[in-house]
Design a protein around this ligand. Structure first.
Ligand SMILES: [Zn+2]
Ligand SMILES: [Zn+2]
Length: 215
C-alpha cells in the first residue's frame, strides 16, 4: 500500500527568535537521517510559519501569571491549543504534523506548567520556552525538551518495541526510558532537567526510532 508521507511543518510564535526554528529544522532532519531511505515523513521547509503559529496561540485560551518578582508572563492552556492544532491538521489535504515552538508557557488543566508535549497519536508536538516564567528554559534545556518530544513523536519508547522492564509509565505522562543519561528519561520538573542534562538517545531508544521510521 502506498500512503502519502506525513508533512512535518515547524511553526514558531513570532516572539521566539527565528534561530529556534532553524535549529529545530536541523534536529528533525538529523533524526530523519537515522533512516535515510524512509518514506513516512517529509520535512517541509520555508513555510511562512509565524502567522500560523500566532493564529493558533490566539485561538487558544491563555492566562497571565505573575511571578514573585511581579513579572507578568503568558501561559496557554494545552487542551485548547491541541484542539486548534487538530482543527488545522484536519483541514489540510495531506497529513500534517505540526511542531509548534512557543515563547509563552503552557499548562495542562490541573498543572502549573509543562515544558512540552506530543499528542498520543504522535501527530502534534509543542515545546514552550516559558518566557519570563519561573520555569523558563535556557537554550540548552529547550533543545533537551525538543529532542525528548521528538523522541515521543518518532516512537523512541513505543510500548511493544522494548522490554517492559526498561520502560516507565509515569502517571499520565506516557512511557519513558530508564537508561541512565538517555534524553527519554521522564522529566517532571526543572530539577529533572538540571540533574540529567542530555540530548542523547540510548541505543534502545535509537533503535526504536529507526524501526518507526522504516515501518
Ligand atoms: Zn516525555
Ligand atoms: Zn532511552
Amino acid at each position: 500500500m502506498i500512503t502519502s508521507p506525513r508533512n512535518i511543518i515547524i511553526l514558531k510564535q513570532s516572539t521566539l527568535p527565528s534561530c529556534y526554528a532553524q535549529a529545530t529544522e536541523r534536529a528533525v532532519q538529523e533524526i530523519l537521517n537515522y533512516a535515510p531511505q524512509q518514506r513516512r515523513y517529509q520535512l517541509l521547509t520555508n513555510v511562512a510559519a509565524n502567522d500560523l503559529a500566532d493564529m493558533w496561540v490566539a485561538l487558544s485560551n491563555s492566562r497571565t501569571m505573575e511571578t514573585s518578582r511581579h513579572i507578568r508572563f503568558k501561559q496557554i492552556e494545552t487542551t485548547i491549543l491541541s484542539r486548534a492544532l487538530d482543527y488545522m491538521a484536519h483541514r489540510s489535504k495531506s497529513p500534517i504534523d505540526p511542531i509548534l515552538l512557543l515563547n509563552d508557557g503552557i499548562y495542562p488543566p490541573g498543572y502549573n506548567y509543562v515544558f512540552g508535549y506530543t499528542t498520543g497519536d504522535q501527530s502534534a508536538t509543542v515545546v514552550a520556552r516559558g518566557d519570563k516564567s519561573p520555569a523558563m528554559l535556557t537554550d540548552d534545556q529547550f533543545w533537551q525538551i525538543l529532542k525528548h518530544e521528538l523522541g515521543h513523536k518518532f516512537g523512541a519508547t513505543t510500548v511493544g518495541n522494548r522490554p517492559s522492564s526498561e520502560l516507565y509509565n509515569y502517571s499520565g505522562l506516557g512511557v519513558h526510558c530508564l537508561s541512565e543519561g538517555c534524553v527519554m528519561n521522564v522529566i517532571t520538573s526543572m530539577q529533572d532537567l538540571v540533574s540529567n542534562p542530555t540530548t542523547r538517545f540510548c541505543p534502545g531508544c535509537m533503535a526504536a526510532i529507526k524501526r518507526q521510521l522504516t515501518r
